[in-house]
Design a protein around this ligand. Structure first.
Ligand code: HEM
Length: 431
C-alpha cells in the first residue's frame, strides 16, 4: 500500500492533538465527534481496522461522492492486495468464496451492468408501490402483538421482523418458510457477518433453500406474464426473455436482496425511532403533521433521518485497480478504500448545521443510499417501509417514550452498519 503523503489539493487543517480512538465502545455509541476530527484533519486516512486489515477512510462529502462513482475503485475483492498478517480475518465478504457472494455489491461492469439491468426489470418502483398495503398490514400486525402490553423492545419486536417478512413476501418465499429466514437472518445480524460457525451454516442453508426455490419457480412459471407475480419469478422471466442468468446468479441476487434489504431497514426503523424519541420538538411536529393527514414532513423526515444517523455507516469495500489521488492522498493499486457515509453526511461544507436534526430539511442530497452505479436498488422499498413503520408507530402509540437512558443503549459494533441492539420503550397501551 502507498504511504500517505500530502499533495497540493486543499489541505487538512493542522491537528490540535492526537487522533481520536476509533472502533471503541464509546465511538460506537457516538462516532460523530471522531468523524468531525477526521474530516477536518485527516480526510483521507490510512487506518488499521479492528480486523487487522488497513484501509483508507474517506470522510469528506466531496471525496466520498467522487470515490463512490470512481471506476478506478473496483468492488471485486480479488483486487485486494492483502497483507499476510490479515489473511482470512478481514471480514471482506468475497473471501468466503461462496457462490452467493458474487452479487451486485462485489462485481464491476460489464457483469454488474447486465445483472443490475435484469433485476431492475423485476424490482420496479411500480411493484414496490403495489406492495404498500401489504407493508401496512405487516406493520399493524406486529404492533398488535405488543400494543396492549405498554412496553416493548422495538428492535426485536418490530424493526427486526418487519423487513424480513416484507422482503420474503416480495421475493415470493412462501409464508410457511419465512420463519426459517427470520432465524438465518437473526444468526447473521447477531454475529456481525463473520465467516465462521453459525453464520457460515446459515448462509449455506439459505443458499440451498434459494437454489431449490428458484428451480421450483422456473418449473412452475406459466407461459403468460402474470400481473403481481413475485420478484424471483420476474427475475427468471426477465432472464428467459433475453440475457442469460444462471441459477447461481439468481440465488446470489435473491441473497443480496435479502441481505442488503434486511439489516439496513432494521436500522432505519431503529435509528430513526431513537432520533425522534430524543428530539421531542421534531417528533411532535411530525405527529401533528400526520394527524392532519399530511405526508410531506414524513417524506422529507425519513430522508433526514437517513442523513442524520443512517443505517449504513461505511459503504461496502472498494479496491483501487489503478493509482489515483483522493482528497490529496495518493492511493496505490490494491489498497482498500472505505467511504464513511456517516461522516460525509455530516460535512458542514455540504449541509447547513449538519449536526441538527431538521425533518423539513430541503437541500438534502445525502449519501445514505450510496451514489453512482451501486446506488441502492432497494431505496423505494426502504422508503416505503421506513415511512410506514414510523408513521404507524407514532400514530398508534402517540406517547411512545424511551425506557432507558441513552447512555445505557448498546450499539452493534460491526464495521459497515450502524444500529442498536435493543430499543426499550413504554407507552399507554393501545386497546
Ligand atoms: C446498495 C443503503 C435498503 C438492496 C446500497 C448501498 C447503500 C445502501 C449505501 C451502496 C453500497 C455501496 O456502494 O457500497 C441502504 C439503506 C437502506 C437500504 C440505507 C435502508 C434504509 C435496501 C433494500 C434493498 C436494498 C430494502 C432491497 C430489498 C440493495 C442492493 C444494493 C444496495 C441490491 C446493491 C446495488 C448495486 O450494487 O448495484 N444500499 N439500502 N437496499 N442496496 Fe440498499
Amino acid at each position: 500500500p502507498a504511504t500517505p503523503h500530502a499533495s497540493e489539493a486543499p489541505g487538512p487543517a493542522p491537528a490540535p492533538g492526537p487522533a481520536p480512538e476509533l472502533f471503541t465502545w464509546e465511538f460506537a455509541a457516538n462516532p460523530y465527534p471522531a468523524y468531525a476530527w477526521l474530516r477536518e484533519h485527516a480526510p483521507v486516512r490510512w487506518t488499521r481496522l479492528p480486523s487487522g486489515v488497513e484501509a483508507w477512510l474517506v470522510t469528506r462529502y466531496g471525496d466520498a461522492k467522487q470515490a463512490l462513482a470512481d471506476p478506478r475503485l473496483s468492488k471485486n475483492p480479488a483486487h485486494h492486495d492483502e497483507p499476510a498478517h490479515a489473511k482470512g480475518k478481514t471480514g471482506i465478504p468475497g473471501e468466503r468464496k461462496a457462490e452467493l457472494m458474487t452479487h451486485l455489491l462485489n462485481i464491476d461492469p460489464p457483469d454488474h451492468t447486465r445483472l443490475r439491468r435484469l433485476v431492475s426489470k423485476a424490482f420496479t418502483p411500480r411493484r414496490v408501490a403495489e406492495f404498500a398495503p401489504r407493508v401496512q398490514e405487516l406493520t399493524d400486525d406486529l404492533i398488535d402483538r405488543f400494543a396492549r402490553t405498554g412496553s416493548a423492545d422495538l428492535i426485536h419486536e418490530f424493526a427486526f421482523p418487519l423487513p424480513i417478512y416484507a422482503i420474503c413476501d416480495l421475493l415470493g418465499v412462501p409464508r410457511e418458510d419465512q420463519d426459517d429466514f427470520r432465524d438465518w437472518a437473526g444468526m447473521m445480524i447477531r454475529h456481525g457477518g463473520g465467516p465462521r460457525g453459525g453464520v457460515a451454516r446459515s448462509v449455506k442453508k439459505m443458499r440451498g433453500y434459494l437454489l431449490e426455490l428458484i428451480h421450483r419457480k422456473r418449473e412452475a412459471l406459466p407461459a403468460d406474464p402474470v400481473p403481481g407475480e413475485d420478484l424471483i419469478s420476474g427475475l427468471i422471466r426477465a432472464s428467459d426473455h433475453g440475457e442469460h442468468l444462471t441459477e447461481n446468479e439468481a440465488a446470489a441476487m435473491a441473497f443480496i436482496l435479502l441481505f442488503a434489504g434486511f439489516e439496513t431497514t432494521v436500522n432505519l426503523i431503529g435509528n430513526g425511532t431513537y432520533a425522534l424519541l430524543t428530539h421531542p420538538g421534531q417528533r411532535h411536529r411530525l405527529q401533528e403533521s400526520l394527524a392532519r393527514g399530511e405526508r410531506g414532513l414524513l417524506e422529507t423526515g425519513v430522508e433526514e433521518l437517513l442523513r442524520f444517523d443512517g443505517p449504513v455507516e461505511l459503504a461496502t469495500w472498494r479496491f483501487a485497480t489503478r493509482p489515483l489521488t483522493l482528497g490529496g492522498q495518493d492511493i496505490a493499486p490494491g489498497d482498500p478504500v472505505l467511504v464513511v457515509l456517516a461522516a460525509a453526511d455530516r460535512d458542514p461544507a455540504r449541509f447547513a448545521d449538519p449536526d441538527v436534526l431538521d425533518l423539513a430539511r430541503r437541500d438534502n442530497q445525502h449519501l445514505g443510499y450510496g451514489h453512482g452505479i451501486h446506488y441502492c436498488l432497494g431505496a423505494p422499498l426502504a422508503r416505503l417501509e421506513g415511512q410506514t413503520a414510523l408513521a404507524t408507530l407514532l400514530t398508534r402509540l402517540p406517547d411512545l417514550q424511551l425506557a432507558a437512558d441513552s447512555a445505557e443503549l448498546r450499539w452493534r459494533g460491526g464495521l459497515i452498519m450502524r444500529g442498536l441492539r435493543a430499543l426499550p420503550v413504554t407507552f399507554t397501551p393501545d386497546p
